[in-house]
Design a protein around this ligand. Structure first.
Ligand SMILES: [Zn+2]
Length: 98
């Protein structure tokens, strides 16, 4: 289950969790749900998060529209491989700490 690489900054274990689950859109047939998946170091709290989007239809079937969980894991692992390269962090400046 846990294919996360260790933290690129301190080498401790990272974990992934879902946060900010909310209903994004709702109509007669479908409810669209968004959630953020956050990979976070258990020691220094460096984090990386991606938004996921899911649809729940009126037969209670659950569809993944945007798989933010794998994206968050991929991005975290990529950064772990590249060690510290903050210049590659354009565009996604989430100030979610605190
Ligand atoms: Zn760390």
């Amino acid at each position: 289950m846990n294919d996360l690489k260790p933290c690129p900054f301190c080498g401790h274990d990272a974990k992934i969790e879902m946060c900010n689950l909310r209903v994004y859109d709702k109509n007669v047939s479908t409810t669209v749900i968004r959630a953020d998946w956050e990979v976070r170091c258990t020691a220094c709290f460096t984090s990386k998060s991606r938004c996921s989007e899911y649809a729940l239809d009126n037969e209670n079937h659950f569809h993944t529209l945007i798989d933010g969980r794998s994206e968050a894991i991929t991005r975290w692992n990529k950064r772990a491989n590249e060690t510290i390269d903050i210049s590659a962090e354009n565009g996604n400046n989430n100030m979610t700490n605190g």
